[in-house]
Structures are given as structure tokens and as C-alpha cells.
Design a protein around this ligand. Structure first.
Ligand SMILES: [Cu+2]
Length: 129
């Protein structure tokens, strides 16, 4: 019986760990392969840590780009349009920043990658709880 309880607890622990996995979006944009991660899954109303990893066509890490994150929500009844912009800073081959979703719902994300005067954009939506 003790063993069964232990086994059940172990399963719950593993399930909990799996659920805690980062929210992840992978996109091809131009020559780049871009992986965006958010540490809250699902993303939440309030602060979320976001990271962007960029690889070039050869699979090498891109560490000399300027990366910014724009997140917005169109106007809806009782709420004006919202738009925020933040610069991501390079740390350990990833570009990191915080995004603060001011309300729950669907947010339009635009990751801007500027490198050698060329701008590449990655777009996706995030549902914040
Ligand atoms: Cu809204």
C-alpha cells in the first residue's frame, strides 16, 4: 500500500513537471529559425519572462542582432487598443525580456529581428490567462 501511494505521488510529480514546461513557439522567418519561449504556461496576466533563440540557415546561433518584442491587443468594447514594445537583451545566446500582459485574452506578438540593416519579423498570438 505504501508503495502504491509512493507510485501515485511520483506520477503526480512527473505530471506536474511536464505541465510546468515553457510555452514555446517555433517559427521560420527568412533565413532564421526562431524559438520563442515564455516561462509561464499558459502565459499569465502580469509579468512573463520571454526569451528568443535565433539560428541562421546553417544552424549557428545568431548573437549580433537587435531584437525587440511588440505585443498588442486591438480595441474591444470598453477597452482601447493596447500596444507595448520592449527590447530584448542578449544573455547566454538568447535574447531576453519581460512582457507584461495587462489583461487576459489574445495578444498579437511581433518579434523584430534587426541584423545588418535588415528587419525580419516573427508573428504569432499568445492567449494570456
Ligand atoms: Cu483587451
Amino acid at each position: 500500500m505504501k508503495r502504491l501511494i509512493l507510485a501515485v505521488m511520483l506520477v503526480l510529480l512527473v505530471a506536474g513537471t511536464a505541465a510546468a514546461k515553457d510555452y514555446e513557439v517555433t517559427k521560420k522567418a527568412g533565413d532564421y529559425n526562431v524559438v520563442v519561449k515564455i516561462d509561464k504556461n499558459p502565459p499569465i496576466t502580469g509579468d512573463n519572462n520571454l526569451s528568443v533563440a535565433i539560428k541562421d540557415a546553417k544552424g549557428a546561433d545568431v548573437t549580433d542582432a537587435k531584437v525587440s518584442v511588440e505585443y498588442s491587443m486591438p480595441a474591444m468594447p470598453g477597452m482601447p487598443a493596447m500596444k507595448y514594445n520592449t527590447n530584448a537583451e542578449l544573455a547566454a545566446k538568447e535574447y531576453k525580456t519581460k512582457v507584461n500582459f495587462s489583461m487576459s485574452g489574445s495578444w498579437n506578438m511581433v518579434i523584430k529581428i534587426i541584423r545588418a540593416d535588415k528587419t525580419t519579423q516573427v508573428k504569432f498570438t499568445v492567449d494570456a490567462r
